[in-house]
Design a protein around this ligand. Structure first.
Ligand code: ADP
Ligand code: MG
Length: 343
């Protein structure tokens, strides 16, 4: 996965926070690390009582979080040759996988059906062909012949799940969970924090975020949807309550050939990178995994069909579209309550 340190369209938890609050004596702690080819960060609030627990210290918690993220990588990364996913990709017929991988694959199959095939984790061979997979860096446009050959290997109709067994009906089937695994990783960490009795946090993997509770002094976590303009890079400030939020955008992950930009998001119907004026799609959902998957799905659908889909499915979605030199906002009524101020 080619990931910049801070995606330009990523949501940034830039809220300024006080690291301790005298009145409540609660405190914000901050963990940072690397995972899935990008950064991650966790901010969590401890009460005075919790602060005395060694198990909740930054070092102790970071070790536990890193261990859990490692596990997700061992399960779902196409960048690890011996991950469960890679072993399934190499298998001729089937493989028994963990509950976690099964859950993410099943959720992906539901998204495939819900989006009429726009979201499809079997696009792996095309992602690799266009140079956005683990194999090589993007640099040239593949021939129509090669695209047609790879398209024959793509389609979630060739994939099924029986208990924990993933089954392929064509041996070439190759799964790529890059569009949804970061979101899943965020959910894993958020749920782990909840288990520990930590109810106020912000979890961020490469711009996919989930927040819960409040900062000290009952302040909300303020997030920003980025604007692709130097110097004025906040498009909107939002408060999302106890929810997750994901942004898909292609500004940084593309390659350019003869002045044309090729995106890392592939339209399974054409076998080619999407080509429209959508600069970013932001989705809010309880589940970070679903927010991540839906943001990618709406990106594939494009500005018109994507917005229509979000409206029909009543998804809180925010689309930024380049029209001439302007960036025009389109959003569903479900997104409106999250804006911090009117425009
Ligand atoms: P980002 O947050 O970096 O914009 P996304 O979550 O949108 O990334 O996922 C993009 C990745 O998903 C691509 O790099 C590719 O591996 C994979 N992908 C590309 N096209 C599709 C598709 N139509 N359905 C599912 N996954 C896709
Ligand atoms: Mg995604």
């Amino acid at each position: 996965m080619i990931k910049p340190l801070i995606k330009w369209l990523a949501l940034i938890g830039l809220a300024f926070f006080v690291s301790s609050c005298a009145k409540t004596e609660s405190k914000v702690l901050h963990i940072q690390g690397q995972t899935m080819g990008t950064y991650y960060q966790v901010k969590y609030v401890l009460s005075a009582n919790q602060q005395s627990k060694a198990s909740l210290s930054i070092d102790a918690l970071q070790a536990q979080i890193d261990q859990r993220l490692e596990l997700v990588n061992d399960q779902m990364s196409t960048y690890r040759v011996d991950s469960e996913l890679s072993r399934f990709n190499q298998a001729q017929e089937s493989l028994i996988v963990s509950d976690a991988t099964r859950y993410v694959v099943e959720s992906s199959l539901t998204l495939f059906k819900q989006t009429d095939g726009a979201f499809d984790i079997t696009v792996g061979p095309l992602v690799n062909l266009w140079g956005f997979g683990p194999d090589k860096k993007p640099n040239k446009v593949p021939s129509e012949q090669l695209i047609a050959a790879k398209r024959k290997m793509v389609g979630s109709q060739y994939l099924s799940v029986n208990a924990n067994r993933l089954i392929k009906s064509i041996p070439e089937l190759y799964l790529d969970l890059s569009s949804i695994a970061k979101g899943y990783g965020v959910d894993v960490i958020a749920e782990y924090l909840q288990q520990l009795g930590i109810n106020s946090y912000l979890v961020d993997i490469g711009g996919e975020l989930r927040v819960n509770g409040f900062k000290p002094a009952n302040k909300q976590w303020t997030l920003a949807i980025e604007r692709p303009v130097a110097g004025q890079n906040v498009q909107r400030l939002i408060h999302i309550g106890n929810n997750a939020i994901a942004t898909s955008g292609d500004y940084r992950n593309y390659f350019e050939s003869d002045g044309i930009r090729y995106s890392h998001t592939i339209d399974p119907k054409t076998g080619k990178p999407i080509n429209h004026k959508l600069v970013s799609v932001t989705v809010i959902n309880k589940s970070s995994m679903l927010a991540d998957g839906l943001a990618t799905a709406i990106t594939v659908l494009g500005p018109e069909a994507g917005l229509l889909f979000a409206k029909k499915q009543q998804i809180p979605a925010f689309l930024l579209v380049k029209e001439g030199d302007d960036f025009i906002e389109y959003y569903t009524s479900e997104f409106e309550p999250y804006f911090l101020e009117e425009k």
